[in-house]
Design a protein around this ligand. Structure first.
Ligand code: NAD
Ligand code: TYD
Length: 332
């Protein structure tokens, strides 16, 4: 099988490429990535020399570039996106272009080059916030941030292509990812690396917002199963049921790193901050998947990875990174 992975130099895309090359000895992977600030070739140094791996720098919104790499592949898995909610609040345009037009360009390529299947990696954030209970795959989209609205736009196009042309696409909605190689702007790597640097952690509002978390390997196994056994035209939620408030999460990280609550800095809340995400993933469980890594185990492994790889994250937390955060707080 020859797979085109888009956004494979990012956090989850790079974990997925490594997972596939290790698991299937005869599979080939092509990685199409624009290498934005979030794309990092270092994430895949260990597979660069693998003859079954190829890389092309390019934009999923560029039809010619997509055509060059998509022709002849057996599947496309779209991880490419602008992904950080706070950045989308500051500047939404790149989100609309990549997450909507980029997805459209891939769908057009699936049709044009008769690619047998595409998996669209999306988020539970498209459903918006839910106070109690869980969203199902049939729940309406009620996105609240420019990020989730852009992802919802891409997912809507997938739905429309399925209904209109019978395009062989499967859409996934996943809970929050965590694990090795996550860019240190997202809450877990930001908090862990801040504490390793002896800094405080900026907790938004009162820390009562709740997220559900999935470890990298469990997400890779879910996408692997969906790629091979998922029904074309179907939608699958990928969730663990491990919901936790941000303050509980922060306390867990503080405890693991031998720190106390004096390291918390309560800062102004994120505008439009969704209170709680929660999804039902029975459909995927019936297909034969369940998570293997508990949050407690996964967070310990994740913290250990950041302890063991300071060079990886220190470079990313450079002056440019600091400028971005300063700007964010000044503008709020
Ligand atoms: P990431 O931000 O770490 O990486 C995104 C990658 O996409 C980067 O390598 C970047 O260079 C690339 N990219 C961006 N724009 C591109 C373009 N126009 N053309 C080609 N490449 C481009 O992302 P992530 O956190 O690994 O998320 C991957 C996917 O999973 C995204 O679609 C995201 O919406 C979805 N998702 C993420 C989470 C999460 O918690 N991070 C949860 C659910 C779903
Ligand atoms: P984040 O990692 O940005 O993921 P998402 O917004 O896509 O869920 O944030 C996770 C939660 O952590 C979210 O409720 C916002 C909160 N948060 C903070 O409290 N402080 C921070 O510095 C960041 C980045 C996030």
């Amino acid at each position: 099988m020859r797979i085109l992975v888009t956004g494979g130099a990012g956090f989850m895309g790079s974990n997925f490429i490594r997972y596939i090359l290790e698991k299937y000895e005869d599979y080939e992977v092509v990685n199409l990535d624009k290498l934005t600030y979030a794309g990092n070739p270092e994430n895949l140094r260990d597979v660069e020399q693998n003859p079954r791996y190829g890389f092309m720098r390019g934009d999923i919104a560029d039809a010619k570039c997509v055509g060059d790499v998509a022709r002849g592949v057996d599947a496309i898995i779209n991880y490419a996106a602008e992904t950080h909610v706070d950045r989308s609040i500051m500047e939404a345009r790149d989100f609309a272009v990549t997450d909507v037009i980029g997805t459209l360009t891939l769908l057009e390529a699936v049709e044009k080059y008769k690619i047998p299947r595409m998996v669209q990696i999306s988020t539970d954030e498209v459903f918006g916030s839910i106070e109690k209970g869980e969203f199902t795959e049939e729940s309406p989209f009620l996105p609240n941030s420019p990020y989730s609205a852009s992802k919802a736009g891409g997912d809507m196009l997938c739905r429309a292509f399925i209904r209109t042309y019978g395009t062989p696409v499967i859409v996934t909605h996943s809970v929050n990812f965590y694990g090795p190689n996550q860019y240190p702007e997202k809450v877990i790597p930001l908090f862990v690396t801040n504490l390793l640097e002896g800094k405080k952690v900026p907790l938004y509002g009162k820390g009562l917002n709740q997220r559900e978390w999935i470890y990298t390997e469990d997400h890779c196994r879910a996408v692997d199963l969906i790629l091979h056994k998922g029904a074309l035209g179907e939608v699958y939620n990928i969730g663990t049921g491990e919901g936790i408030t941000n303050i509980e999460l922060t306390r867990l990280i503080l405890h693991e790193l031998g720190k106390d609550e004096r390291s918390i800095e309560y800062v102004k809340d994120r505008p439009g901050h969704d209170l709680r995400y929660s999804i039902n993933s029975d459909r995927l469980r019936h297909l034969g998947w369940k998570p293997k890594t508990t949050f407690e185990r996964g967070i310990t492994k994740t913290i250990q990875w950041y302890k063991d790889n300071p060079a990886w994250w220190k470079r990313l937390k450079s002056k440019k990174f600091q400028e971005y955060y300063t700007r964010q707080y000044i503008e709020r």
